[in-house]
Design a protein around this ligand. Structure first.
Ligand code: ZN
Length: 93
């Protein structure tokens, strides 16, 4: 599911004192349980924002609930499918 950026919510780069720009909708983010990123946990859709000056990026506007969680039977199947399609997956913990 694709969502539009929530344009009424501002993101500001504190290094450059300027607003960040909405860049990509519906990025796939993979949340891990652990810092070492060995235990995949949840798959999220989120939007990507970027600072036009320094280029730093943030993920924001996460869905209210993950679209897949590790306990669901098709979690790893879906994850592999996304990887095989070459979909960019941003990992975090
Ligand atoms: Zn910046």
């Amino acid at each position: 599911m694709r969502r539009k950026g929530l344009n009424n919510m501002m993101r500001v780069c504190v290094n450059d004192n300027q607003k960040m720009v909405f860049t990509v909708s519906g990025v796939v983010a993979l949340e891990f349980k652990d810092r070492a990123r060995t235990q995949p946990y949840k798959l999220w859709h989120a939007d990507l924002y970027e600072c036009g000056k320094c280029g730093c990026q943030i993920l924001a506007d996460f869905g209210q609930v993950p679209y897949l969680e590790e306990f669901e039977p098709n979690f790893y199947e879906k994850l592999n499918e996304l990887k095989n399609k070459g979909k960019k997956i941003i990992e975090f913990y």
